[in-house]
Design a protein around this ligand. Structure first.
Ligand code: AMP
Length: 290
């Protein structure tokens, strides 16, 4: 496994691999890898001749009062996980290389970036779209894999790729959960034992809504009320948003159907957690929630 830290070396490697006729699969991450990232890497291993993992804590997608400075990092462990998952290249550029003095260009996906996390984190998705465009240009992937854990991010990237005719196939992968239902996240490492117990209510609210939907409830106000009651009964949790939206356009819905996305962001202490489900889709892997 080759660890590449400069943009020039990565771009040259990608160009010569492409010249040899190799296909490249890219898994962009911010590191501190967990089983969710590993699922993307394993699928990437199947989908490309060369598997590239990028690890870059992207400063421009963090707001002023967010956790950029304390975002968890463990490069040694990440490289071990990457090797186990069959990565050929780990690309870890630094911020000064990615955003040199004078940098002033950004990619913005208009409507899909506005609601949900875009409303709570202004500019976040411009930062994401910009860094993913750069990573695509540097790593030249044929296919790039993203998790549905960040549902809105996946929607923004799919739209951007289509709108800009980027020659990359976008693959979305299901949310990987802990045994007890908590969606895996690098940010779970911030949680105390007690906070982690409280955080279980996110996935419990998802399970409850899916049960109510399965039993025939279609009225979004009722589904939303049930989910909010469950979450707000735990004083350690503060709901940022809990929305039911069209899974494709992200427009608000008042009647649920199989394509309806339930998405929520909840703060536990200083930690902001997100989770989601599409009501008509299977939970995968769902052993912990079923
Ligand atoms: P991050 O390192 O948090 O930026 O995530 C990198 C990629 O891994 C993104 O495409 C995420 O959606 C994906 N990812 C993060 N957590 C999970 C999870 N629990 N299940 C599936 N994919 C995930």
């Amino acid at each position: 496994m080759n660890i590449i830290t400069t943009i020039e070396e990565m771009q040259q490697a990608a160009v010569s691999l492409k010249r040899e006729g190799k296909t490249i699969a890219l898994v962009p991450t911010m590191g501190f890898l967990h089983e969710g990232h590993a699922s993307l890497l394993r699928e990437g291993r199947r989908q490309g001749d060369i598997l590239v993992l990028s690890i870059f804590v992207n400063p421009i997608q963090f707001g002023q009062n967010e956790d950029l400075g304390r975002y968890p990092r463990d490069m040694e462990r990440d490289c071990r996980v990457a090797a186990e998952c069959g990565a050929d290249i780990v690309f870890t550029p630094d911020a000064a290389g990615m955003y040199p003095a004078g940098f002033q260009t950004s990619v913005a996906v208009a409507d899909l970036s506005l609601p949900l996390c875009g409303a709570s984190r202004p500019g976040h998705f411009d930062g994401v779209a910009t860094v993913v465009t750069k990573l695509f240009n540097i790593c030249q992937p044929d296919v790039a894999l993203f998790g549905a854990k960040d549902y809105q991010q996946l929607a923004v990237i799919r739209r951007m790729t289509r709108d800009l005719n980027l020659p990359v196939r976008i693959v979305g992968m299901p949310i990987v959960r802990e045994q007890d239902g908590l969606a895996m996240s690098s940010r779970n490492s911030y949680l105390s034992l007690e906070q982690r117990r409280s955080a279980l209510r996110l996935s419990r609210a998802i399970r409850l809504v899916r049960e109510l939907y399965g039993a025939g409830t279609r009225d979004v106000a009722s589904l939303r009320r049930a989910a909010l009651e469950l979450i707000e009964a735990e004083p350690a949790l503060t709901v940022d948003y809990l929305d039911f939206r069209d899974g494709a356009t992200l427009e608000l819905r008042d009647t649920a159907d199989d394509a309806t996305l339930m998405a929520l962001a909840v703060k536990v202490g200083n930690t902001r957690l997100i989770d989601n489900t599409v009501l008509g889709e299977e939970l995968q892997p769902c052993r912990e929630l079923c």
